[in-house]
Write a protein that binds this ligand. Sequence first.
Ligand code: PGA
Length: 256
Amino acid sequence: MRHDGRRPLLVGNWKMHLTERWSLALLDDLLPRLADLTGALDVAVAPSLPCLRAVADRLRGAAIRLAAQNLHWEDKGPFTGEVSARMLAEIGVELVIVGHSERRNLFGETDERVGKKVVAARRHGIVPILCVGEQESERDEGRTLEVVERQLRLGLSGIAATDGSDLAIAYEPVWAIGTGRFASVAQIQEVHRMIREQLASLYGTRSAASVRILYGGSATPESAPDIVALEDVDGALVGQASLEPARFEAICRLGT
Ligand code: PGA
């Protein structure tokens, strides 16, 4: 599934599902399953904030990377309840999900804030996974490309250049997240292609060709094979199926 030399990236987004104990139990099941795989692709898991340290300790020596689900754009200050990229970096976080639709829709995250978070992550050497995607009504109105174009443009407004190793994008149609529904392969490829073209106009063709663009939204071992085979799909951001080791393993194996 390696397209244009891009190394596949599979990310398990554990959302707010697992306590520390369950996070570690899941990892203990997952690590041996993925041990032979990680030379061929990048795999990351994104536990809840209070579990990051324990998961980081358990991942020591393993090839699985640690991701966070959110961050604040300032390094420090009077922001009760928030966590900075600096703090995440200190724990060993290597990637961070930014602008997930649950953050945008349930916690009022704007494109402007998403853009500032992308900058903050990179300032501390953490790779932002910028999430974009249309609501169902926006797709019905034929506005998918326009919405994704805007989210991408504003989300990346603070980024002058990329070599592809310091940025990833996740296209997640909001109506496909956690619903068991997913976009058709033609719809997915159309959006991924548009994202890569937009990246090319911002950063040049060569850089755009090295940025990994993930698909997310009800990715399962059943739905993912056709999706990750698409030319401009370089992996997946997996929610529900990442909570089941055998299913997450099966999705990761598609990336090899
Ligand atoms: P899902 O979630 O796989 O459960 O649809 C994906 C996501 O929210 O990133």
